[in-house]
Ligand binder design. Structure first.
Ligand code: ADP
Ligand code: MG
Length: 708
């Protein structure tokens, strides 16, 4: 339907509403008639209507349209027409139409004497149907968001909506329809005939196209869209446009990504290195002493720092310097950046605070520093950050109290404090945590989330990536990159806060129905990032995902246990975390019956009873491996018992993992006596938990990527 005529139509509407004052990019709401006409260009059905200026014309229009009709006020000042007495429904005769005209005009005048009455719209009365809402809004970071859910006047009460980021695929629209609780009503509740789901799907697609092609539309909602057994109809449309096309955040630009050799300096200098233990420059230099390349302290008041010859300025260092770490006060940093340029430095880690995050002067200082660095081609980490740690290369530019161990997790954080915490935790007793990259991103004046993620993607040491996110500015580019990375390495994210930025002035239902946190969650789903709530959860999920042989195929689980109580709890936890414990098909039960004792429960969780032998377990796993298409994950739940030692149980899972690529998970609940089994599974990179709820919580998070 959309063609060049539609394009001309859209542009004409924008011109019609353009502000006289060209200096402001004002937003305004289209009249219902213009909204309907615009939606029609995209095949979103709206009632037939006519706008009239007198009671007689109202009757004529109504006769032409066909009774019954609805009449409503047309006035730019009246946003909620019913509130102003501006809507009359169920008009059946010429006399009633004339009456309604006069009634609406007088009510509206009483409601708001200044309201400019542009006429009365007479429209076809749509029959009752299931009332839904379709809306759209712009997220400042991620762009166009489509909203769908139960509509009508109770929309804010139900809050039964889902969202998709545009553009989106057909399957995403279908899953959006299925995900709301109200889908039951669409399918036909309690003997009612099902509604026209195909029509709804098409209308959502059309509404998405309408939103994407109308670059001036900032927000819209169709509430209600009435859905019938066959077809449907929009009976109200709010469309808010602005004078200028909406600018959506930038795309990912591979040219901006930092080459890997920038992260592999041969020599590092610390500007502001110190012998004074209370200074940042002390800890930073001390952490750098383990670096196998050259390290130089720079300080014009000393000859030697921490036993190493000190230089008064960067220029005095005899050899070349690839990286500097800057800890001196902010005012000095632009000058130092100039010295770095002359010295041929490639990368500057600016730990110093007091830039953009502080005030206007700080912002100006930051801009100057960036400009100088750009001229020399220097790339900047920070400022206002903890710094960067690459444990496999023994490069620690931070002031953490002890450097983390090398390992396979990249941890990229918007908070320096959280970096300190996770490094501390990873060094605690019993932790086997190690890192390939640890970075606190700071103000991201140059290098940002994308750069550090890109490093992790290319770094051979990294198996999985954890992000601690407060706000992502370039959401579109983030998603493009994350989508690429998650094809080979999992990304797990903790998203903090749920800012209302950019949504305060929502004039439509759509604006208030979903917050920015929901948009992040949807963005994560779309690009395969796994959201988690806690730091320990992030590590468990990142570890488990990093060791997966293949992506998770779905949420269908089989639970095998010798602990009946845990079978019951499994059902509870699985329900909470969205894991589907499947019903075993008869053929599978028949196969199990051939070797299991007659009193087994013939159900899932498969309870092999407290005296379960190794042969019983192995038999079940063999049957599961032969019927791999039935399930996505198998969970073995074990407890301390005399029949079967924990390492024997672990060995069953290890042997099974050689026969299937499906996800196998151990859960050993019972404390230290089960450690031999737990440790054996860890050695073989099979996810294992010591608390049943963790298992299901983690699986719920892991399966997230299978939903796309
Ligand atoms: P408001 O500005 O108050 O939201 P609406 O245009 O939504 O005004 O009209 C109020 C209500 O009147 C709608 O929610 C719907 O129930 C009913 N209504 C409006 N237009 C029609 C129509 N063309 N056919 C049937 N019902 C309608
Ligand atoms: Mg309405």
């Amino acid at each position: 339907m959309y063609n060049t005529d539609s394009r001309a139509f859209i542009l004409a509407i924008v011109e019609k509403y353009r502000s006289t004052d060209m200096s402001v990019n004002a937003t305004k709401m289209l009249s219902e008639a213009d909204g309907y006409n615009l939606l029609r260009q995209f095949n979103v059905p709206a009632p037939t209507f006519e706008i009239v200026q007198s009671p007689d014309d109202a009757a004529k229009a109504a006769t032409k349209i066909g009774y019954p009709v609805v009449m409503k006020i047309v006035s730019p000042q009246i946003i909620h027409k019913s509130d102003a007495g501006g809507v009359v429904v169920g008009i059946k005769t010429d006399a009633e139409a004339k009456d309604a005209f006069n009634k609406i005009v007088s009510s509206v005048k009483k409601y708001n004497a200044d309201a400019e009455i542009k006429g009365i719209i007479v429209e076809e009365m749509a029959k009752p149907g299931l009332e839904l809402i379709i809306g759209g809004k712009i997220d400042p970071a991620f762009g166009r968001v489509l909203t769908f859910g139960l509509g009508g006047t109770l929309v804010e009460f139900f809050k039964d909506v889902g969202i998709r980021l545009l553009p989106c695929r057909d399957e995403e629209i279908r899953s959006l329809i299925h995900q709301i609780r109200g889908y039951t009503l669409i399918k036909g509740y309690r003997g009612e005939a099902p509604k026209d789901e195909e029509f709804l799907f098409q209308t959502l697609k059309n509404a998405s196209a309408f939103f994407e092609k109308n670059e001036n539309v900032v927000e819209f909602d169709i509430n209600p869209l009435r859905l019938y057994e066959k077809g449907g109809c929009a009976v109200d449309a709010r469309v808010i446009i602005q004078d200028e096309p909406v600018k959506i955040a930038e795309h990912y630009d591979p040219a901006k990504i930092v080459p890997l050799d920038y992260y592999k300096p041969r020599s590092v200098a610390v500007i502001g290195a110190s012998d004074d233990k209370t200074k940042m420059g002390y800890a930073v230099f001390r952490n750098l002493l383990q670096f196998p390349g050259k390290v130089y302290p720079v300080n014009n008041k000393r000859d030697e720092i921490q036993g190493v010859k000190c230089y008064p300025t960067l220029g005095d260092i005899p050899g070349s310097v690839d990286m500097v770490v800057i800890t001196v006060p902010a005012q000095l940093v632009p000058g130092i950046m100039g010295e770095c340029g002359k010295k041929g430095v490639k990368m500057a880690v600016v730990i110093t605070a007091g830039f953009k995050e502080m005030d206007a002067d700080g912002r100006a200082l930051e801009n100057r520093m960036v400009e100088i660095a750009k001229n020399f081609g220097i790339r900047i980490v920070g400022p206002n950050c903890l710094g960067l740690i690459l444990p496999p290369y023994k490069l620690d530019t931070t002031y953490v109290s002890t450097s983390p161990l090398p390992g396979d997790i990249a941890f990229i954080s918007q908070s320096g404090a959280i970096v300190n915490a996770v490094v501390g935790i990873s060094l605690s007793e019993g932790s086997e945590m190690g890192y390939s990259e640890v970075v606190s991103v700071g103000n991201q004046c140059d290098l940002d989330f994308l750069d550090y993620m890109s490093y992790a993607q290319r770094d051979p040491h990294t198996k999985s990536i954890i992000l601690y996110v407060e706000e992502i500015k370039n959401g579109v580019a983030f998603m493009e990159m994350a989508k690429e990375i998650t094809k080979t390495k999992p990304i797990v994210a903790i998203k903090a806060g749920s800012s209302k930025r950019g949504q305060a002035a929502a004039a439509s239902h759509t604006g208030s129905l979903s917050g920015s946190f929901d948009v992040y969650m949807e963005a994560f789903r779309k690009c395969g990032v796994v959201p988690v709530k806690t730091i320990p959860g992030a590590f468990q999920v990142a570890k488990a995902l990093g060791n997966l042989k293949k992506p998770i195929t779905g949420r269908r689980a089989v639970v095998i246990t010798n602990a009946g109580g845990f079978a019951v709890l499994s059902n509870d936890y699985a329900e909470t975390w969205g894991i589907e414990i499947i019903d075993l098909p008869k053929t599978l039960i028949d196969e199990l019956n051939t070797f299991l004792p007659p009193f087994w429960n013939k159900n899932n969780p498969i309870d092999l009873l407290g005296d379960a032998t190794e042969a019983r377990f192995r038999g079940v796993f063999d049957v599961l491996c032969r019927n791999e298409e039935l399930w996505d994950m198998a969970i073995l739940v074990n407890f301390p018992n005399k029949v079967l030692a924990p390492d024997r149980v672990a060995q069953i899972l290890i042997d099974t993992s050689k026969k299937t690529d499906k996800l196998l998970v151990g859960t050993f609940v019972g404390g230290d006596c089960l450690k031999p089994g737990v440790n054996l599974l860890k050695e073989h990179n099979i996810p294992v938990f010591e608390e049943l709820e963790f298992t299901y919580r983690a699986l719920g998070h892991l399966s997230w990527t299978a939903d796309r």
